[in-house]
Design a protein around this ligand. Sequence first.
Ligand SMILES: [Fe+2]
Length: 357
Amino acid sequence: MNKNRLLLGLVLLLTAVLVLSACGEKEQKDNSAEGNQNAESGVVNLYTSRHYDSDNELFATFTEQTGIKVNVVQGDSDELIERLNREGEATEADLFFTADAGRLFRAKEAGLLQSVESTTISNNIPENLRDADNQWFGLTKRARVMVYAKDRVDESELSTYEALTDDKWQGKVLIRSSENIYNQSLLASFIELNGADAAKEWANGIVENMARKPQGGDRDQAKGIAAGEGDIAVINTYYFGKMLHSEDPEEVKVAEGLSLFFPNQETTGTHVNVSGLGVTKHAKNKDNAIKLIEFLSSEEAQARFAEANYEYPVNPNAEVSDLLKSWGKFKEQDINLTKLGENNAEAVMIFNEVGWK
Ligand SMILES: [Fe+2]
């Protein structure tokens, strides 16, 4: 009898547990369904290598206007690509945002992005600054320019990237490692515009004129000028802006000793690149992701978005910041940035062949 009671008790307990856990499961399922629904109506998840307060302010404005919350995961570009790869279908990321068309191309090639259609985006962002299949979109633009020592170089001595290979500049040119994507994209643009042979000749000529073995980032090249190691450096425009407004007085001093020059104005134009973003292959909130791109590429958002990093807006109707205005208008290379990715492997090969470290 006692044994039977115990058995009955156990059976009841087991039933209760099963019913409860089934309910729990159902409840969980309901929750997640609701969560997804909320997700589609209420959130968008962004993996980004940017880290600016003004970005968060813009996201807040977007949320006010649309009710869609923006969740931000910050990280190093390559680590985020790695993470997207690892997470696969399970990823929570709806958007991936990083610098350089070459890197965006890599994300596309790795199958991490998807094509999206939006007339608003197409109207806001010029065709050459977005992927040919609309898998990524440039949102901020930078130029890869020269800065030179005001006291040792006269502007009239400067003309083109190609002219930096003249004997005149032997031991005077500062430029970072070829492992860096910015230089890979620069050479990729020359392959596109002038052909592989000319690009190789250029790379070889620069190696011959280097002031030192490549080391450090773009800012370190500018600092090399101040240290007297060389007279001309190739850097991205926003680094010059950052140094001029740096909290480090040394950087400000370095920048104040330099002038900026836009090369190839009479020929093929100055090399430009973008930071940009794409909707992830496994985005759960695709519509919201598209809405965020539409917002960030709008005239209203573009000026502030670009200014945060001393960059140029991609939307031609957006206002350029005062500092960038002071640098003047310039002629840009006329190529689709997709080519920077397509020519990347060849660029890397050329760098290896000419011994650009
Ligand atoms: Fe950078």
